[in-house]
Design a protein around this ligand. Structure first.
Ligand code: FRU
Length: 479
């Protein structure tokens, strides 16, 4: 399909019912439609947005260009959930229909204020010469899903940032509203600006300063920064573009990273005692993770299972991207753990002992145990020749390796086909969630995570044990 700039920025009202019908029909032909993960109704899904609790339910929006598998004129699409596992799309959208978001309603956050959901987002505005004016703007969504955009701009582009200034996250710290915004300095280094709502008025933001989080500026832009508090420790989640590989080892086009900090000094402003930069995920696809603290104090996060600037095999069916499971963040012995929320077990339809098998649908969970001093190789999405996604759990030499080189359709080959992380040489538990073309693998209940896609061929729906030993359970999952 034509994905020229002109097509990608065509006004929504100019798309015909016939064209939208074709998009729906093409998507329906995909053999890889997920069962229990959010995918775009049509077109491209990227960042999670506005993840929040409001009016007795969880709300999660996604960035979307609805007309094909590309980044175009973006909107937010709204979903709700009671249990953080089952999400339903409501039809409510934050459209790019205002002079302050004319070229896209870009990423942002949401927070319940006075019985309405305050949406804080970036209005992407371009002039006739395609020069960008990034505006931080706001809207309220009421309980009926009606959106009312503010006429005023909440934060204008400061003089010390380039056009790359976006993704405001609002959070409440000790009763005061703050917001952080991702930025690029004039000398092309990534940094984060901290703002404060004067008298807690979310229409009146003043700059506190550049947030010192121990960053080096080796990246050229920081996208989607967000701060969550896990057991009162600030954890900064962010997506640095162009980060120096000497600073952090990563293979994806851009990493998704975090730092665990000791305290938040709102005056300086600084995240005091920030750890080194760490990889949030060791898989092939994980970006723009958004976290928030629930009213009862839990820290939840959700990620885009996708990356900017990559073509995916689903593009042939005119759609792209998926949302991860919702993960609860906890700290254990000073380490960050990420694991799907409790209600994930409600998807289990059957429970059997683990064994090699054909799965009916590639929609299942494995809970496996591996012994200290062992090495085991499994194949997921396996065909009868053991071609598929290879998973090696090698406690003896302290690593887990995944290899998708023989798993269905090749894509993103320039970024390599294997990923690995280190583990301790000890008995190890691995929970694996498979959903058609999505895998989320949690080592030791979330100490390390591998998220990614594979697009299996028709005959790749088996589970094989190539060598070693694994015990545990197999559960079929369904929504
Ligand atoms: C991250 C990102 C954000 C931006 C949005 C636009 O993937 O580039 O920085 O707001 O996507 O869709």
């Amino acid at each position: 399909m034509d994905l020229s700039k002109e097509t990608r920025y065509r006004r929504y009202e100019d798309w015909t019912d016939e064209e939208i019908k074709t998009l729906n029909e093409n998507k329906a032909k995909s053999p890889w439609l997920s069962n229990y993960h959010i995918e775009p109704k049509t077109g491209l899904l990227n960042d999670p947005n506005g993840f929040s609790y409001f009016n007795g339910q969880f709300h999660l929006f996604y960035q979307n260009w609805p007309y094909g598998p590309a980044h175009g004129l973006k909107q937010w699409v709204h979903t709700v959930s009671d249990d953080l596992i089952h999400f339903s799309e409501t039809g409510t959208k934050l459209l790019p229909d205002h002079p302050h978001d004319s070229h896209g309603a870009y990423s942002g956050s949401a927070y319940e204020i006075d019985g309405k959901l305050f949406i804080f987002y970036t209005g992407n505005v371009r002039d006739e010469n395609w020069v960008r004016d990034p505006l931080q703007v706001g809207a309220f969504m009421d309980k009926n899903g009606q959106i009312e955009k503010f006429e005023e701009v909440l934060i204008q582009q400061p003089s010390d940032v380039t056009e790359h200034f976006r993704d405001p996250q609002i959070f409440d710290h000790k009763g005061q509203f703050y917001a952080i915004v991702g930025a690029q300095s004039l000398d092309k280094k990534g940094f984060i600006k901290l703002y404060k709502a004067v008298n807690n008025d979310i229409k009146n933001w003043e700059l506190v300063g550049d947030l010192d989080f121990g960053g080096t500026g080796s990246e050229y832009m920081i996208e989607c920064p967000n701060l969550v508090f896990v057991d009162d420790k600030p954890v900064l989640l962010y997506s640095p573009q162009g980060l120096d590989k000497a600073e952090l080892d990563y293979d994806n086009i851009y990493p998704n990273t975090y730092k665990i900090c000791q305290s938040f000094d709102t005056e300086k402003p600084a995240l005091v005692g920030a750890s080194n930069i760490l990889n949030l995920d060791f898989g092939f696809e994980c970006y723009a993770t958004q976290g928030f603290n629930t009213p009862d104090g839990r820290a939840l996060a959700v990620s885009w299972i996708g990356l900017p600037d990559i073509d995916y095999p689903t593009d042939q069916f005119d759609y792209q991207g998926a949302m991860s499971l919702v993960k609860e963040l906890t700290l254990k012995d000073g380490k960050l753990y990420q694991y799907p929320v409790e209600a994930i077990t409600s998807l289990r339809q059957t429970e059997e002992d683990f064994s090699e098998r054909q799965t009916s649908q590639n929609t299942y969970e494995l809970e496996l145990n591996f012994k200290k001093d062992s090495k085991t190789e499994l194949v997921l999405f396996a065909d009868e020749n053991h071609k598929g996604l290879h998973l090696t759990v090698d406690t003896a030499s302290g690593k887990v390796i995944i290899d998708r080189s023989e798993a269905g359709q090749p894509f993103a080959l320039e970024f390599g086909t294997t990923r690995e992380c280190s583990i301790e040489n000890s008995d190890t538990t691995v929970n694996i969630f498979i959903d058609k073309s999505i895998f989320e693998i949690f080592i030791n209940k979330g100490e390390k995570v591998f998220t990614g896609r594979v697009f299996p061929n028709e005959d790749q729906s088996g589970i094989a044990l190539v060598s070693g030993e694994a015990t545990g359970k197999y559960f079929e999952l369904s929504y």
